[in-house]
Design a protein around this ligand. Structure first.
Ligand code: CAA
Length: 258
């Protein structure tokens, strides 16, 4: 991989977007590499949580690569958007939990890729924006769809229409990020959350993720039926047997399903 780094330790993969000269902007090559990297991770049982971050101290991802987009015609722009749709959709729905460790600028495609993760943790120097309308385009990697679903419609519209950059603190206030920590602490903080998640039933966590993601695209009644079905499915697992028996026998438990 030319533009990605990956380290795996204690069932946690830290995937780093590594184009520091362009503040980690996403070109086609990086998006294709990310998609391939996530496919490989999905097939691995030794990775339970993915932490996605950007290289350097300044930028998480400064957006889609403007030097590539400047040459795109409508068909190429659409194809670029669809490549990101595939990779970001994989990130959003993969069985592993994904955490965005936002270590600086998360602009345009950077804000959008962070929103495809299960949740976001920001360093105190992080800045978020959807600057696309200032470039004469619209957000093309999910911003018009995921931002209003994550925050509220009015806040999303204001961000997209004004291109205003918001601080990590403001991102916390609107619910875009779950935590704000110092830059030095960021990855360790995310690893601590990851360790808590890994301690739980990994198969159950991935089924919960599926219930939440699919349910949000349904009306409440169908979502509740989906939940009942998946709840029933989890009754069949070794983890359910072990987790409940251990509770009743007042002993520690070892959950292994994934
Ligand atoms: N694409 C390509 N290159 C980028 C880039 C991007 N999105 N963002 C930064 N860079 C490059 C710069 O061109 C510059 O390269 P050179 O050294 O070769 O000139 C290098 O990264 C450093 O950037 P700056 O000199 O601009 O650094 P700065 O500290 O002065 O400013 C910044 C930092 C505010 C992030 C500024 O770089 C910036 O505004 N970047 C663009 C942000 C943006 O508009 N992102 C949205 C892109 S559109 C999009 O993402 C569409 C979509 O939804 C899919």
């Amino acid at each position: 991989m030319n533009n990605l780094l990956m380290e795996v330790e204690n069932e946690i993969a830290v995937v780093t977007i590594n184009r520091p000269k362009a503040l980690n902007a996403l070109n086609t090559e990086t998006i294709v590499e990310l998609n391939e990297c996530l496919k490989d991770i999905e097939a691995r049982d030794d990775i339970k949580v993915v932490i996605l971050t950007g290289s350097g101290q300044k930028s998480f991802v400064a957006g889609a690569d403007i030097s590539e987009m400047v040459h795109q015609n409508p068909a190429e722009g659409r194809a670029f958007g669809l490549k990101a749709k595939e990779a970001f959709g994989r990130l959003e729905n993969m069985r592993q939990v994904t955490i965005a460790a936002v270590n600086g600028f998360a602009l345009g495609g950077g804000c959008e890729i962070s929103m495809s993760c299960d949740f976001r943790v920001a360093s105190d120097n992080a800045k978020f924006a959807q600057p696309e309308t200032g470039l004469g385009i619209i957000p093309g990697f999910g911003g018009t769809q995921r931002l209003p679903r994550l925050v509220n419609k009015g806040i999303a519209k204001e961000m997209i229409y004004t291109c205003d950059m918001i601080s990590a603190q403001r991102a916390y206030e609107i619910g875009l990020v779950n935590h704000v920590v110092s830059q030095d602490e960021l990855i360790d903080f995310c690893k601590k959350i990851a360790a808590k998640i890994i301690d739980k039933g990994s198969y159950a966590v991935s089924i919960a993720k599926q219930a939440i993601n699919m349910g949000l695209d349904m009306d409440l009644n169908n979502g509740l039926t989906l939940e009942a079905n998946l709840f029933g499915l989890t009754m069949s697992t070794n983890d359910k047997k072990e987790g409940m028996t251990a509770f009743l026998e007042k002993r520690g438990r070892t959950l292994t399903d994934f």
